[in-house]
Design a protein around this ligand. Structure first.
Ligand code: B12
Ligand code: SF4
Ligand code: SF4
Length: 229
């Protein structure tokens, strides 16, 4: 069977009620090692689910405020609940970017939307810039009726000055990759307030997708989760 466009529109509507969006999808190639689907057999296709800007934030906050006690990893828990319910309704298996062992979400995203990584490792989107993320994926036993993915315009190619590599006080991002420990030490240290309160200075230095930039309180939430504050 083929997962029809009409079915995908229904899925998109169900996700939209929580500020989430479909981020493209793909069919696994014959013989490719695919994660298992709902039946336990290898899945045939995947639809990625994520956010553009901070659209899910008010939905998440309403849910968090309605909980009778504090919840560990609340955004992951909320995402798993919301996406799990959609999976149940549409006969899919839901997976999370935080499931271990980690599933290759960024590779899937490159395949689904033709995106490429920025120098920060975050995928660059032609509209959302660096202000987007993945909250889950739906794995189906059916193929998906989607046009072949075209490579998206990669804004970093024409960005000569690369301000995203010049704002970090400890130069955590470089051609060698991300100096995770140096970043953490700075964020947790006495001069880390700007990163703690308003998010990564390098990420905020990118001139694209500014209409989608997460508000400072949302960036502070993610930074606290990242740095275990
Ligand atoms: C582990 C992890 C990290 C580790 C990276 C360690 C490492 N060297 O691999 C650490 C803790 C450093 C990290 C940090 C961040 N991460 Co992270 N991370 C992950 C996670 C959970 C698993 C990565 C993985 O191993 N995948 C398995 C491999 C097989 O899959 P892959 O697609 O090939 O993985 C690619 C990434 O690992 C990437 N990569 C390698 N190093 C780094 C470093 C950074 C900073 C990023 C973004 C990517 C990246 O290269 C791989 C090859 O394509 C993914 C979710 C996921 N399931 O992929 C999120 C993910 C990659 N992270 C993400 C983000 C946004 C971040 C942060 C920028 C923000 C945040 N979460 O607070 C921070 C950076 C902190 C800052 N200064 O602001 C997003 C990227 C979204 C996008 N638009 O592309 C993801 C997809 C999570 C999501 N829910 O959307 N992350
Ligand atoms: S500042 Fe330039 S190189 Fe860096 S992420 Fe933005 S567009 Fe890409
Ligand atoms: S969060 Fe702060 S210390 Fe970490 S990479 Fe970004 S600017 Fe540098």
């Amino acid at each position: 069977m083929i997962l029809s466009r009409g079915r995908m529109e229904e899925i998109a509507a169900a996700l939209g009620a929580n500020g989430l969006i479909l981020r493209g999808g793909f069919t696994f190639a014959d013989g490719e090692a695919a994660p298992c689907g709902r039946s336990g057999a290898p899945a045939r296709s995947a639809l990625l689910i994520g956010q553009a800007g901070a659209a899910p934030w008010p939905h998440f906050l309403r849910w968090r405020d309605s909980q009778s006690q504090a919840i560990a990893d609340p955004l992951d828990t909320w995402s798993r609940q919301v996406i799990g319910a959609v999976a149940e309704e549409f006969g899919a298996r839901a997976v999370s970017p935080s499931d271990k062992p980690y599933l290759p979400f960024q590779q899937w995203a490159m395949r689904a939307e033709g995106l490429k990584p920025s120098p920060l490792g975050i995928l660059m989107h032609p509209q959302y810039g660096l202000w987007h993320a993945y909250r889950g994926a739906l794995l189906f036993a059916d193929e998906i009726a989607l046009p072949e993915t075209r490579e998206a315009i990669h804004l970093c190619d024409a960005c000569v000055d690369k301000p995203c590599l010049k704002a970090c006080p400890v130069d955590a991002y470089s051609a060698e990759g991300f100096a995770h420990q140096a970043c953490l030490a700075h964020v947790r240290g006495p001069s880390g307030d700007p990163c703690r309160d308003g998010g990564c200075l390098d990420r905020n230095a990118c001139p694209y997708g500014v209409a989608y930039r997460y508000p400072p309180n949302v960036q502070a939430f993610h930074m606290a989760a990242f740095a275990g504050l």
